[in-house]
Design a protein around this ligand. Structure first.
Ligand code: FAD
Length: 496
């Protein structure tokens, strides 16, 4: 019988940035939301370098932006890269749109245990309920429709909870993503492995770039160097997957050997010591971290964030994609619950916009890898788009064209390959032009269409949150597509 059964409008699996953003947005519309989180917060997570659209766009919409501003995170004005033909590091800053320049053209470097906790507490403040140490094992179904989840509590007792919508925001280790149908496709191009840890006393870039992420290409791959606090630095090496054995054997020795290979990182860490206690005390490894699910939703179930897809960490897109997909899915859920548009239309819109954003970053990141040339390096020569696997481009085209072929006007992998090559060339020359400018003028980078496109939707979300209605109406992405409501919280039918 259905007597005494627990019923919510929305059950969110996972309280990371994707899950808590979605929960806050849907709760703000007055719906009953339950978050089930496997761990107890605060908990460790990787993904510390953020993009401005997360902070000034989505987090402004949920109202958590002020709490983040007060938390004392390191302001990040942009990225500094030793990457490409130029031997000198070059810097680009986040001044995407002159309309929103100034106070909002920065992001943060965050300790994720603190950041994720602030977002989750904020969702609770907005009306969501949260249960920790609850591990979701499967979905409940009624025919085609997902109607809830089964979970185990801290004491090992199994429970069922019903919901009109289940949101899988449980990250890369999701146990539910398969239940949406389709498969998780792993990228061959971005097949690599990261080894990372934390250091005290590392050097800082000179002001005003001291809060920037520093990314350094070297023969075996590339390093990230993220200033989390004045004293604490997150340091990680991304290398080919074939290095796994070496790294798992003795991670400490492997990391030191990689640092030795990379003079700039070695110099920045010359007075530093590795943190060996607490949440930052261990070296960690992550592999195979670029993939996308071939379907993002079915009736009653939707995937967001890393549960749906992830692409390579080099441009800090992970938390952006998690919070942006949370915003898209929240609009779909709230509009569908309010009966404004059909469920089918609402989630088709979600999937189309999410795939477009993922696709833009995917393509941008391929160009970014393509621009670094090292003929003698196995890692870098495998990353040349020009002699890249055809299949990768084909699956990229399928990925993006799947929902919205009219938008992309791609007639097959061949044209995508041509486009990719010209984009990389344009991208490289934009970088060259920029690094040639002694004044540090950043505009040429944004003249590259690859970068402009990658930043466009984020800037759009940011402008909307910042300027509200002044932005003017949204345009449908495809014929019959939906548009965003003025407050950004819902979909509405496009112009007839
Ligand atoms: P998560 O942050 O993974 O949160 C998922 C939550 O679900 C967790 O709290 C987990 O405990 C919970 N959960 C899992 N399973 C269950 C279950 N069965 N039941 C209940 N709860 C469950 N991104 C950036 O933006 N910037 C970076 O610099 C960056 N660097 C990265 C470096 C590396 C090496 C990697 C691998 C990733 C990096 N990322 C980066 C990506 C970033 O880590 C993720 O994209 C981001 O954390 C995704 O957020 P999420 O909310 O989807 O999932």
């Amino acid at each position: 019988s259905s007597e005494g059964r627990e019923q919510y409008d929305v059950v969110v699996v996972g309280g990371g940035p994707g899950g808590s953003t979605l929960a806050a947005l849907v709760a703000m519309r007055g719906h009953r939301v339950l978050i089930l989180e496997k761990e107890t917060f605060p908990r460790y997570q990787i993904g510390e370098s953020l993009l401005p659209s997360t902070i000034h766009g989505v987090c402004r919409m949920t109202g958590v932006a002020e709490k983040l501003a007060a938390a004392g995170f390191t302001p990040k004005k942009g990225g500094t890269f030793r990457w490409g033909a130029n031997a000198e590091p070059w810097t680009f800053s986040f001044s995407v749109s002159p309309k929103i320049a100034g106070a909002t053209s920065h992001a943060y470097q965050v300790e994720r245990s603190k950041f994720d906790n602030i977002l989750l507490e904020h969702a609770v403040e907005k009306g969501a309920e949260v249960r920790f140490q609850t591990s979701v094992s499967d979905v409940l179904e009624d025919g085609e429709r997902v109607t809830g989840v089964r979970y185990t509590d801290a004491g090992g007792t199994e429970h069922e909870v019903h919901a009109t919508y289940v949101v899988d925001a449980s990250g890369n280790g999701s146990r539910l993503h398969k239940r949406v149908g389709g498969t998780r496709e792993y990228s061959q191009f971005f097949r690599s492995l990261a080894l990372f840890g934390y250091f005290q006393g590392g050097k800082r870039l000179p002001a005003p770039n001291s809060g920037n992420i520093l990314s350094v290409a070297f023969e075996s791959g590339w390093f990230w160097y993220i200033p989390l606090t004045p004293d604490l630095t997150s340091v990680g090496a991304v290398v080919r997957r074939e290095n796994a054995e070496k790294i798992q054997g003795d991670p400490e020795r492997a990391l030191l050997a990689l640092i030795d290979e990379c003079p700039l990182i070695k110099e920045y860490l010359s007075d530093a010591s590795r943190v060996t206690e607490g949440q930052y005390g261990q070296l960690r490894v992550r592999k195979d971290y670029s993939y996308h699910q071939t379907k993002f939703w079915r009736p009653g179930l939707v995937l967001i964030g890393d549960a749906a897809c992830f692409v390579d960490p080099v441009f800090s897109s992970g938390v952006h994609l998690a919070t942006y997909s949370a915003l898209l899915a929240a609009r779909s859920i709230s509009s569908s619950l309010a009966g404004i548009v059909s469920e089918e239309a609402a989630f088709t819109e979600f999937e189309a916009r999410y795939r477009r954003e993922y696709g833009v970053f995917y393509e941008f990141l391929m160009s970014f890898y393509d621009m670094h040339v090292d003929e003698n390096s196995y890692f870098w020569s495998a990353k040349k788009v020009t002699h890249n696997q055809h299949t990768e481009l084909e699956s990229f085209v399928e990925l993006v064209a799947g929902v919205s072929s009219s938008e992309f006007d791609l007639d097959g992998a061949e044209s995508a390959a041509t486009r990719m090559k010209s984009k990389s060339a344009e991208f490289v020359s934009a970088i060259d032009e920029m690094s040639a400018d002694a004044e540090g003028n950043m505009t040429p980078l944004f003249r590259s269409s690859a970068v402009r496109q990658a930043m466009q939707e984020g800037a759009q979300v940011q402008s909307r949150a910042f300027l509200g209605e002044d932005l003017g109406p949204d345009v449908p992405m495809f014929p019959g597509g939906l548009i965003t409501s003025d407050d950004g919280m819902l979909w509405q039918p496009g112009p007839a």
